[in-house]
Ligand binder design. Structure first.
Ligand code: ADP
Ligand code: MG
Length: 411
C-alpha cells in the first residue's frame, strides 16, 4: 500500500484527509510531538496511524521516517514545520513540498516582493531599520507585527508614525527582536482571504472568505463567510491578483491562503500562508465549492507532475451554497469555565456544529488575540450571507459560565 507521512497537521481536517486516504488506498501516518492536540479529531478515527516523535528534532523525524518503511510522499500543511519538511524533501526526494520556506514565511520579504511587482503599494520596513523621519511619511497609521507571526499574536496598531517606535519596543520586550519585526501601512478596508490551489497548469481560486475583525487596536478574527462574491467581476479580479502574487513570490505547487484588504486603491496584501486556511476553511471549500482540498494534498504528495487532472479528480460537487464560522472568545484570563448552550444547537438551521478548541479547565492567558478563542461554530446555508446569519444566531447560545472567587456563578 502506498504510504504517506503527515508532518503534524492543522487543528482541523484530519477526518477529511483520513476519508480521502481510505478512498485512494493510501496509508496515512501522522508524525506528532503532541498526540493530545489531535485527540478530538482522532477520537473516532481508526485509519490514521499516529507516530509519537519529537517533530522539533529533525534527526528524530529522520529516524521515524526510516522506521516507517517505504514512504511515497510527505504532507506538510503547517507553518511551524515547513522548514523541516523542506529539508526532508530535499534529502529524500518527496514531491511538491514547499521550498524557500524561510523567505515565504517572512512577511516583510513577501510584502516587498509584491510591492516591487506593482501588486500592492505600501512598502514594509524592518523594525531594525525604522526611522520615523524617513518612513513615517508613507502612511498615517501603521501595523507593527512579527514578520514570522501566526495566530494574530504580536500584531500592534500604531495610530501615528510617532507611535511606531514604542510598538517596536513593546514587541521586542515580548521577545520579538526588531530584525524580525515588520512595519507596514495600516490598510483601510474589509479583510478577506483568497483560498487558492496552484498546479503546474496555474492557480485556481476556490473562493474568497470574508472576515470581520474586532475593534482596534486588536485584530481578533470574529467570523468568516464563504464564498463571497462568487461569479462576480470582483472575484475574477481577486483570482488574477492572487495568481500574480503567488507567481511573484514563487509559491509553487500547493494550496495557499492569502489574506488581503480591499482598499479604496486596490488590494493590499496582509500575508500569504502557503497552506490550507485554518479552522474549518478546508471544509467550507469542500462543501460550498465542491473540491476536496484534503484529497488534493494527497495527490500533491504522490504526483510529482501535478497538473489540473488532480483538480478534476478532487471535484466532488458542492453540497451547500455557503459556509460560515463564528469564533467565540473568553472575556477574561484565568480558567475558562464550563461552556453552556451546545445542547441547543441542533434546533438551529444550517447543520450547525460546535468545535471546541479549549477545555473548561484550560487557562486563558490572553484575551487581546486569538489566545482567548475557546471554540468556534460553523454553519451551512444557501448563500454565504445566510450561512453567516445562521452561525451568528446559533453562536448567541454559547456562553461561558465560570465560578467566581466566592464560588457563585458569574457568567
Ligand atoms: N497592514 C495591515 N493593515 C490592516 N490590518 C492588518 C495589517 N496587517 C495585519 N492586519 C490585521 O492583523 C491580523 C493579523 O495579521 P497577520 O499578518 O495575518 O498575522 P497572523 O499570521 O497572526 O494571522 C490580520 O488578519 C489583519 O486583521
Ligand atoms: Mg493572518
Amino acid at each position: 500500500m502506498t504510504r504517506v507521512v503527515m508532518l503534524e497537521a492543522l487543528a482541523f481536517g484530519l477526518d477529511r484527509i483520513s476519508a480521502a486516504g481510505r478512498r485512494m488506498g493510501v496509508e496515512l501516518y501522522l508524525f506528532t510531538f503532541d498526540r493530545p492536540y489531535y485527540q478530538r479529531q482522532l477520537a473516532s478515527d481508526d485509519y490514521i496511524r499516529v507516530v509519537d516523535v519529537d517533530t522539533f528534532d529533525r534527526d528524530a523525524v529522520r529516524a521515524a521516517l526510516d522506521k516507517a518503511g517505504p514512504v511515497a510522499g510527505l504532507v506538510s500543511n503547517t507553518d511551524t514545520w515547513a522548514r523541516t519538511a523542506e529539508l526532508l524533501a530535499q534529502e529524500r526526494g518527496f514531491a511538491n513540498v514547499l521550498t524557500d520556506t524561510e523567505r515565504l514565511r517572512d512577511k516583510n520579504w513577501v510584502r516587498n516582493r509584491v510591492v516591487e511587482a506593482g501588486l500592492s503599494r505600501g512598502r514594509a520596513v524592518r523594525g531594525s531599520d525604522w526611522e520615523p523621519e524617513r518612513h513615517g511619511e508613507q502612511a498615517d497609521a501603521f501595523v507593527v507585527k512579527d514578520a514570522a507571526g501566526t495566530g494574530s499574536r504580536h500584531v500592534l496598531f500604531a495610530d501615528t508614525a510617532a507611535a511606531v517606535g514604542a510598538a517596536i519596543r513593546a514587541l521586542a520586550a515580548q521577545g520579538v527582536e526588531p530584525g524580525r519585526i515588520t512595519v507596514e501601512p495600516y490598510f483601510h478596508g474589509p479583510l478577506y482571504s483568497a483560498e487558492t490551489y496552484t498546479t503546474r497548469a496555474g492557480t485556481v481560486l476556490f473562493g474568497v472568505n470574508s472576515r470581520t475583525v474586532s475593534e482596534l487596536p486588536q485584530f481578533r478574527e470574529l467570523d468568516l463567510s464563504y464564498p463571497v462574491g462568487r461569479g462576480s467581476v470582483w472575484e475574477q479580479s481577486v483570482r488574477r491578483w492572487a495568481a500574480d502574487v503567488l507567481a511573484r513570490i514563487g509559491r509553487g505547487i500547493g494550496p495557499s491562503h492569502i489574506e488581503f484588504v480591499d482598499t479604496a486603491h486596490g488590494f493590499e496584501l496582509v500575508e500569504v500562508n502557503a497552506r490550507l486556511g485554518g479552522g474549518r476553511i478546508g471544509e467550507g471549500i469542500l462543501r460550498a465549492t465542491g473540491f476536496d482540498p484534503f484529497q488534493l494534498l494527497l495527490h500533491q504528495a504522490l504526483q510529482a507532475d501535478l497538473g489540473d487532472g488532480a483538480l478534476r479528480a478532487a471535484q466532488v460537487g458542492a453540497t451547500a451554497g455557503g459556509f460560515a464560522q463564528v469564533l467565540k472568545y473568553a472575556a477574561r484570563t484565568g480558567p475558562l469555565g464550563s461552556i453552556d448552550g451546545t445542547g441547543q444547537l441542533a434546533r438551529f438551521p444550517g447543520e450547525v456544529e460546535w468545535h471546541p478548541v479549549k477545555d473548561p479547565q484550560s487557562v486563558i492567558d490572553g484575551v487581546e488575540d486569538q489566545r482567548g478563542c475557546y471554540g468556534f461554530l460553523t454553519a451551512l446555508g444557501p448563500s454565504p450571507e445566510a450561512a453567516l446569519q445562521r452561525a451568528h444566531a446559533a453562536a448567541r447560545q454559547i456562553r461561558v459560565e465560570r465560578p467566581d472567587r466566592d464560588g457563585h456563578r458569574c457568567g
